[in-house]
Design a binder for this molecule. Structure first.
Ligand SMILES: [Zn+2]
Length: 490
């Protein structure tokens, strides 16, 4: 390279680096302006004790309803009545299905659409063989080392008791909502794909009353406390604005069967395994979605300076790394409709050729795809005409809720006020929640539990030693109270 050209190239690189440094310096967390909010009363002792007592109610859901201990749900309802007398005096309560509850807090202005705060009372079981692994028994609701321990501590007795606790306190202060506030509590959210699901019953009951909702707030997101030395030490809130769909397909091959001493070249299992490989080798296309960019941008803005140099360009350059990212399973699950072959079945005995070989394939569908797209994909990928393809069941992804709404604005402002943190990042929830069953009543559905959790605690949902830090509870109540004031107040 000639000297002049070299100098030009070096100065261009220098300018670029300087430009990048300026960009990184300007790359700050986006904050929502929070209006001055009144101090709130919080009866933390009552809240903590009620969560502990709620954990002692073994409200475990089961696909076989005859095996559900319904008296435990009764016990939980009695607990609510005992702890929250004003709520039960003021709000209209009714039971739906086996143990569903709808509370209606009538607002003074009937022209305003109600807001709904929803949740589930049920918890997942603790397998007998895992009981010994718990530091504190899962259904005792013990407080130790600054935590409330037990099944449901973070999923989601903390949240639903928090909603009721907040309403009771608002009532004690004489708050009268302008907009009606509805609380819906289901009883079998933890079951996958059950016809007896309580959430559709609850939303249908509201629909039958001619109710349309302003918005729904459910679990699904949280305030993550990220602490990676030299990279990030900040809180980032994620609000689920959509959830992936779910479907199961059975793929099968029929054959003549017979004695294994005279096998054909390919058995039904052999034919089927080729089809399974075809599916695994031809995944849905991965992409960096809008929601993925938004959450990466929010996290990157909260990183420390040298990391920001990369962070400020990350959302833009990320699509170029799509193939590499798609090789990391947890990341890929955010980027595509996933294919998981989960169950196979062949011959019932070692010396018998299978007359039928089957595989169950589970797909988690990204918003933008549908069950119909999944079926087309399977038929395109599996060329073997001997393979039968049957849909076993499932549901399409939820609608994607808009982010420019008063509800999202309220969540954002309250979080900024409570934690001096950046505006929450919208994201797509990987699992299923009850929220999608309320799409008949509104398209503004947000999945967010206002509790600060380090990732390692969040990972304990459904696991051993599920627990919640007592420290994060007060701000949970402050959030709910302010949310109701902001959305339903004057
Ligand atoms: Zn849950």
């Amino acid at each position: 390279m000639k000297k002049k050209a070299k100098i030009a190239a070096l100065s261009a690189a220098g300018l670029l680096a300087a430009g990048n440094a300026v960009k990184a310096a300007m790359y700050k967390p986006k904050k929502a302006e929070c209006p001055a909010l009144p101090d709130e009363n919080v009866n933390l002792d009552r809240y903590v004790v009620t969560i502990c007592e709620a954990i002692r109610c073994k409200t475990v859901s089961n696909t076989d309803e005859s095996l559900v201990e319904w008296d435990e749900f009764e016990k939980l309802h009695k607990l609510f009545k005992k702890k929250y007398p004003l709520l039960h005096k003021t709000l209209k309560m009714r039971k739906v299905g086996k143990a569903g509850l709808i509370y209606v807090w009538q607002g003074t202005d009937p022209s305003l659409k109600p807001i709904a705060l929803i949740g589930h009372q049920d918890v997942v079981p603790v397998p007998e063989e895992m009981l010994g692994d718990w530091t504190h028994p899962p259904f005792e609701g013990e407080i130790a080392d600054g935590y409330i321990w037990g099944r449901g501590a973070i999923d989601m007795k903390n949240h639903l008791v928090g909603v009721l606790e907040s309403i009771e306190t608002l009532l004690e202060e004489g708050f009268v909502p302008k907009r009606t506030v509805i609380v819906c509590l289901g009883y079998n959210e933890e079951l996958v794909d059950t016809e007896l699901a309580s959430a559709p019953m609850l939303s249908k009951a509201l629909e039958d009353d001619g109710i349309k909702l302003e918005s729904v707030l459910d679990e699904g997101g949280a305030i993550l406390e990220l602490d990676v030395p030299h990279v990030i030490k900040n809180k980032v809130a994620g609000v689920g604005i959509a959830e992936k769909g779910y479907c199961d397909f059975e793929i099968s091959v029929d054959a003549v069967g017979g004695h294994s001493s005279t096998p054909p070249k390919h058995s039904a299992v052999g034919e089927l395994s080729k089809a399974i490989l075809d599916l695994e080798n031809h995944q849905f296309r991965a992409k960096v979605t809008k929601e993925m960019k938004m959450i990466i941008d929010t996290i990157a803005r909260n990183t420390t300076y040298p990391v920001k140099l990369i962070g400020c360009n990350l959302a833009t350059v990320l699509p170029a790394f799509t193939p590499a990212l798609a090789k990391i399973p947890p990341v890929a699950s955010v980027m595509r409709t996933t294919t998981a072959v989960t169950m196979t079945h062949g011959s019932p005995q070692a010396n018998v050729m299978p007359q039928k070989a089957t595989a169950t394939v589970n797909f988690r569908i990204l918003p933008g795809n549908t069950i119909e797209d999944v079926e087309k994909h399977i038929r395109r990928v599996i060329r073997n005409k001997k393979v039968n393809i049957k849909l076993l069941g499932g549901n399409d992804p939820s609608v994607v809720s808009p982010i420019d709404t008063p509800t999202m604005d309220a969540i954002s402002k309250i979080c900024s006020g409570l934690y001096d943190m950046s505006a929450p990042a919208p994201f797509v929830v990987m699992g299923a929640t009850d929220a999608r069953h309320y799409q008949n009543l509104t398209d503004q559905i947000y999945r967010f539990s206002p509790f600060v959790m380090p990732p390692e605690i969040l990972m304990l949902a459904h696991g051993t030693d599920e627990r919640i830090s007592v420290d994060c509870l007060e701000n949970g109540i402050l959030f709910f109270k302010r949310y109701i004031r902001m959305m339903a107040g004057e």
